[in-house]
Design a protein around this ligand. Structure first.
Ligand SMILES: Cc1cc2nc3c(=O)[nH]c(=O)nc-3n(C[C@H](O)[C@H](O)[C@H](O)COP(=O)(O)OP(=O)(O)OC[C@H]3O[C@@H](n4cnc5c(N)ncnc54)[C@H](O)[C@@H]3O)c2cc1C
Length: 515
């Protein structure tokens, strides 16, 4: 099927839906989404959405915390947009009917999460993403100028010279089509599935980054992968996220002997930033040769169950009681700070192609994202990208940066990898702890695989699986190579062979272009 629209939006998470709502006021919008429309990282978000709405808070304070977490690499202009416009877009959600928890006086009930200096996180119990998605979806689904194609996987961008004119897609039933549009927005979310252990659902394979990179877009800061410290680790149970809000409400990390060990590693204890907590947990586990646990035994069990019903249900399915049992936890890949490089209006280095949400890198998170800033980012920058698509401003405003051109390996005849081979390699060699040996081995292997995934699928090979693996290999290679290049530790990029900052050489961003 060949479709024509004014605007093509790829993805139906918070960024894509928020953009589509604005775009539909100005033209015909087509949304491609590769699974059921509600299947997105957005739908899994638990803890909440950060916004400086509390009496002891301000956008300036929110900016300060965001920049401190970003460890020297946040783009200050992007942070400024996030914290100032964030309040407006969160209020808009409330006006549209989002039901965040409230205190008896009607003010939002705010929770605290790691590295926030005040209570700042609005939430709908422990299923905030689902509540936000529902509100946005109700506006999109009823709009006459929005056409949604679900189970439609965008496969490649349609390029004319260096300009993007839309995308090709294929449905799960195997039908193929094209959507041509004046502007295309990538809102395809993150890439947690690149790793063996992840909190992300199956859709998060980094397709948008892979498609953009293969079309020649600039990719930036992609070495920065956030590993969430507390993921349920029970054999045979899914790696369910145990939100940071649990620790915000008093949960503690303990070792096998019951000691709350975090204060031995970090002054901020259990509420230190995610990378520090994750690494301390691994160190403690190695020291004691035993698992580490999250415990809420010292808190009121009724309140625990009332405040965290979704997490309590997941623990119950694993045979544990969130309020009274010690819950075994370990880190897993959670969030990608880098991605398709954009300016503050979502424009990429390819004319006609914009990006917003987790697929994009505005620089707002720097080297490490502050908890609950990503739903906010999707809302704010989704809306801004829509404005830029409706009223295109003057082109060419990406920041001046060091850019490396990087030829993809061709012609080695390497066998096609399985998804689990790629994910295992990334977890082992490009994970929480990185070093030259592991990274260079991973780059060599991923380079070989990248040749295999540029050949057409073999007869009898499922094309959907082929596409999935192509994304995993392309994004994996981008991450591994950038991690090998950055010879320092910063934010959540930790090199055991370069364990400290090297500001003179590395307090900067580097963009990659695949050729
Ligand atoms: C378990 C979990 C808990 C989280 N908790 C929080 C939290 O409390 N607060 C917070 O701020 N953030 C949280 N996050 C992060 C946050 O949810 C995401 O960063 C954010 O929702 C990303 O939104 P998005 O619109 O960019 O992408 P997503 O919501 O991931 O949406 C991506 C969309 O793109 C579609 N798509 C992908 N590839 C293709 C393709 N090739 N063709 C067509 N469609 C495609 C997908 O199907 C999906 O609809 C959490 C994430 C997880 C996984």
């Amino acid at each position: 099927m060949e479709l024509l629209g004014d605007f093509l939006v790829i993805g139906s998470g918070v960024a894509g839906l928020r953009a589509a709502i604005s775009l539909a006021e100005h033209g015909e919008v087509i949304i491609l989404t590769k699974a059921h429309p509600s299947e997105s990282n957005t739908g899994y978000a638990q803890g909440g959405i950060a916004a400086a709405v509390g009496p002891d808070d301000s956008p300036e304070l929110h900016a300060r915390d965001t920049i401190a977490a970003g460890d020297g690499l946040c783009v200050p202009e992007a942070v400024d947009v996030l914290v100032h416009e964030g309040r407006k877009y969160v209020q808009e959600l409330i006006d549209w009917g989002a039901e965040f928890e409230r205190m008896p006086n009607g003010q939002p009930s705010l929770t605290r999460e790691g590295a926030h200096s005040v209570r700042r996180v609005l939430h709908a119990q422990d299923a905030t993403g689902r509540a936000i998605g529902r509100i946005l979806w109700s506006r999109v689904a009823s709009h006459k100028r929005i056409r949604i194609l679900d189970d439609a996987l965008a496969t490649d961008l349609i390029m004319h010279g260096h300009k993007c004119l839309g995308a090709t897609y294929m449905t799960t039933a195997g039908d193929r089509g094209t959507v041509k549009a004046t502007h295309t927005l990538l809102a395809t979310g993150g890439a947690g599935q690149v790793y063996r252990e992840t909190t992300n659902p199956a859709i998060a394979t980094g397709d948008g980054i892979a498609m953009a990179a293969l079309a020649g877009a600039r990719i930036v800061d992609i070495e920065f992968v956030q590993f969430h410290p507390t993921v349920l680790n029970v054999k045979g149970s899914p790696r369910f996220l145990l939100s940071e809000a649990l620790r915000g409400e008093g949960a503690r990390l303990t070792n096998q002997g019951g000691e709350a060990f975090m204060s031995r590693y970090e002054a901020a204890g259990d509420l230190a930033s995610r990378d520090l907590v994750a690494r301390a947990m691994v160190a403690e586990s190695e020291l004691t040769r035993a698992p580490v646990y999250l415990t809420m035994e010292h808190l009121d069990p009724i309140q625990v169950h009332e405040r965290f019903p979704t997490i309590a249900a997941a623990c119950r399915r694993a045979g544990l009681d969130l309020a009274t049992d010690r819950i075994p936890v370990s880190p897993a890949a959670h969030y990608l700070m880098g991605g398709v490089e954009t300016d503050l209006d979502g424009r990429t280095s390819i004319p006609g192609l914009l990006a917003a949400g987790e697929v994009a890198c505005t620089g707002v998170h720097g080297a490490n994202r502050l908890a609950s800033n990503s739903l906010l980012e999707g809302l704010v920058f989704g809306a801004r990208a829509a404005e830029a698509m409706m009223y295109p401003p003057a082109p060419g405003s990406l920041p001046e940066r060091t850019t490396e051109e990087w030829p993809l390996s061709r012609g080695t005849g390497e066998a096609f990898p399985s998804a689990s081979e790629v994910r295992e390699l990334m977890w082992r060699s490009v994970g929480l702890f990185r070093d030259e040996g592991g990274l260079s081995g991973a780059v060599v292997q991923l380079n070989r695989w990248s040749e295999a995934v540029t050949r057409p699928p073999r007869p009898r090979q499922s094309e959907l699986e082929f596409r999935r693996i192509r994304s995993l290999v392309t994004v994996g290679l981008l991450i591994a190579r950038a991690a090998m290049r950055r010879k320092e530790s910063r934010g959540c990029h930790f090199r055991t062979d370069f364990p400290v900052h090297n500001d003179p050489l590395w307090k900067r961003h580097v963009s990659d272009i695949l050729t």
